[in-house]
Design a protein around this ligand. Structure first.
Ligand code: SF4
Ligand code: SF4
Length: 463
């Protein structure tokens, strides 16, 4: 029998625990003492006998002693490890992504993959991994704004001004090396518009060489054949783009770039031509309130993954002027009543005690802006933990501010702790800081969305 790791499988080891994740079929495993076997399995086809021989030699035991355990081990990793009688059979099993026609999509829905077969088990492992990583403060997700430069000027954007800061290729490689050495898994490239970076393709290739799971946020206005082929070659997990409306004038009025709707749609077609996975997201604002649902219909028709959201972030300099483009209370109520398929929401669980951490800030995620500043979360661009030109990632991760943020407790936010709407609200300290300059103080308008959710839910027996 031949076997290999799927080219979409990523493996990380933490002490005696191993995380094994496949980005295409969502197979996830969290195993104890698996490293001694996993170290001999690669993305190149080998026979099981050859691998067992290597393991036996390494551990100075007989192949007969190892073979049964190894067979069970491989059997338990379906979806992450490919097995077959020939190397060609392995290639044929790779869970490669492709866009389906409507008829093909229906057939696909009826097929089951090993990962889909036991959703409960998969979710159990997912939550085990997540809890383990959070408790360990193990960085696993890094977002990098490659450049501040952008081709669009979206009315609701949280970037205060469009500078020309761009991270050099060398510093990005240094950051990626440090991240990899710390056990990082996922990297997300954004901006500004990441494709404005002159070495965007080289950066993608470097991240792939370092065995990182790559996602990209882009408006697709600069997508060309060279870039889309690179996105396909490096096997990105997916690219997310924003479409605001199927009425070009409305989309362009939000991006403030005439012709941007046409450019983004051309980019979407190119992504489809090369079968690169993509998600389309629609931020819902006053300007596209009457037409955002057209994007959802377009995505359903074309079989694109679709999501929407109506929560805006203030600019990082605490200027909240961009929030005026957000929905008013009546529109928010209407949106929340109709968005379950693209932005499912319901009462979250709020069962925290006063001494529990406020949130997951600085536990598994880190972000880097185009001027080299490390910051903790999307909303917290002003919370600077260090700078990659002067500090190592380790230093930023363990900086005084990072430790202070990790130490935020529920008791530090008494009003939120007793709030009726809390199970609908993130009560986000970074958003507080972004909007008011104070971690502990939120703007009253921040409470509008949770309050409406509470009211809507109270009207239903299920809540
Ligand atoms: S709705 Fe307002 S007061 Fe209530 S938890 Fe959220 S931020 Fe705090
Ligand atoms: S709730 Fe806010 S501060 Fe906490 S992790 Fe999420 S985004 Fe960051």
């Amino acid at each position: 029998m031949f076997l290999q790791l799927s080219n979409h499988t990523f493996v990380r080891h933490f002490d005696n625990m191993s995380e094994i994740v496949n980005q295409r079929n969502d197979a996830k495993f969290f195993l104890q003492d698996a490293e001694p076997f996993l170290r001999f399995i690669s993305c190149k086809p080998q026979t099981d006998k050859a691998i067992v021989a290597k393991i036996a030699k390494f551990y100075d035991c007989t192949q007969e002693e190892i073979a049964p355990d190894f067979a069970d081990f491989i059997q338990s990793l379906q979806g992450a490890v490919l097995t077959g009688d020939t190397p060609e059979e392995l290639t044929a099993q790779e869970p490669e992504f492709r866009y389906y026609t409507e008829a093909e999509a229906e057939v696909e829905m009826t097929r089951s993959s090993p990962a889909k077969a036991d959703k409960k088990e998969e979710n159990d492992d997912f939550s085990l991994i997540n809890d383990f990583l959070i408790a360990r403060k193990q960085i696993t997700s890094l977002h990098i704004d490659l450049t501040d430069t952008c081709t669009e000027r979206c009315v609701h954007c949280y970037v205060p001004e469009y500078g020309t800061n761009t991270l050099s290729f060398d510093v990005i490689c240094k950051v990626i090396d440090e991240y990899r050495a710390m056990g990082g898994l996922e990297v997300e490239f954004s901006g500004g518009e990441p494709m404005c970076h002159p070495q965007f393709c080289e950066i993608l290739r470097y991240a792939r060489k370092c065995d990182l799971m790559i996602t990209v946020l882009s408006n697709l206005t600069l997508l060309n054949e060279e870039i889309v082929k690179t996105l396909a070659d490096v096997r990105i997990k997916y690219l997310q783009t924003s479409v605001y409306s199927m009425i070009p004038e409305i989309h362009d009025a939000i991006t403030r770039r005439p012709g941007s709707f046409k450019e983004t749609v051309r980019g979407i077609e190119l992504m489809r031509k090369y079968n690169v996975p993509m998600k389309i997201n629609t931020p819902v604002l006053k300007k596209n309130f009457d037409s955002w649902h057209m994007v959802e219909e377009f995505c359903a028709d074309q079989n694109y993954k679709f999501s929407s959201n109506a929560t805006l972030l203030a600019k990082v300099n605490h200027d909240c002027g961009n929030l005026d483009h957000g929905l008013n209370a009546a529109q928010m109520r209407d949106y929340l009543s109709n968005c379950q398929s693209s932005n499912p929401w319901g009462p979250g669980k709020f069962d925290k005690q006063l001494d529990d951490p406020m949130c997951e800030i600085c536990t598994i995620k880190l972000r880097l802006d185009a001027s080299g500043n490390y910051y903790p979360c999307t909303a917290g661009r002003g919370l600077i933990l260090g700078n990659c030109y002067h500090d190592t990632m380790q230093e930023a991760w363990h900086s005084e501010l990072a430790e202070k943020l990790r130490d935020l407790k529920q008791r530090d936010f008494p009003e939120c702790f007793k709030c009726t709407n809390r199970c609908f609200c993130m009560a986000c300290p970074a958003a507080n800081f972004n909007e008011t300059g104070d971690l502990y103080k939120h703007r009253p308008v921040y409470c509008m969305e949770p309050k409406i959710k509470y009211q809507l839910c109270k009207g239903k027996s299920s809540c």
